[in-house]
Design a protein around this ligand. Structure first.
Ligand SMILES: [Zn+2]
Length: 84
């Protein structure tokens, strides 16, 4: 679980249904079968879902999202050191 986002860049797009489903499963907090929270996209059908998660547009937004939310969303309490 720790290295789900280990490979930096995440430039590779998922190819095929299995890769897409795995991606969704690994990123449940932002992806689902019916919605991509990163792109605010509603995915009304299986084919739309597959097309969306394999699209470069999505990959770009996702990468952007990861840059912004780096270290925030993944349950690691990194802010132990409080600056007062
Ligand atoms: Zn998306």
């Amino acid at each position: 679980m720790a290295d789900a986002f280990g490979s930096c860049g995440t430039a590779e797009l998922p190819v095929g249904k299995e890769a897409v489903n795995r991606l969704i499963k690994e990123n449940k907090h932002i992806f689902s079968d019916s919605q991509c929270k990163v792109c605010s996209a509603v995915l009304i059908s299986e084919s739309q879902k597959l097309a969306h998660y394999q699209s470069r547009k999505h990959a770009n937004k996702y990468r952007r999202y990861m840059e912004i939310h780096q270290g925030e969303d993944f349950g690691l309490p990194k802010k132990l050191k409080t600056v007062s």
